[in-house]
Design a protein around this ligand. Sequence first.
Ligand code: URA
Length: 196
Amino acid sequence: MTVSSPEPGDLEALGREASGCTRCRLAVGRTQVVFGTGTPAADLLFVGEGPGAEEDRQGLPFVGRSGKLLDRLVGEELGMTRESCYIANIVKCRPPGNRDPKPDEIEACRPWLEGQLERLRPRVVVTLGNTATRTLLGTTEGVTRLRGRSYPWRDIVLVPTYHPAAVLRGGPSAMAEMRADLVRAKLALAGAGAAG
Ligand code: URA
């Protein structure tokens, strides 16, 4: 049996559909939907929480201070760029004042992320911070306890790590831990990646 390869058009079409989304109250305050960025052929998917002010302005995920750090660490630890992976968020519209997304907003937005997962079929997912990690693993446990290992999730290796904004606040030890998590993701991509 052959498994169909990713269809770039499918992902783009889904992004166009999402751009008019009014499934939740976040539609009211957004400038634009921040669907995701990267290659539709990505083996590696990063999932953050939701767009901030700069992301809302540019329509791209992780383009503010957190994004600059993510870009740097992805380069240094994985030897990759944002163009060679895919970056998305749990909610695609900016929560007002950068508050955490509410459970019903996360639920309303979930089909877009599921659509991205179906089309991308990534081998490894790195969840950035509590919201992404809890939402995908379906737990209330915090990322501090969950990180440091990988998890079999569907047919994917899921690697939880800190949100880069937390690393910016958390200093050298948080940075070292996030680097170690990204090395874990790299090993999983290389195929040595049985979860654990
Ligand atoms: N924080 C996130 O979780 N996502 C972004 O896109 C930017 C900041």
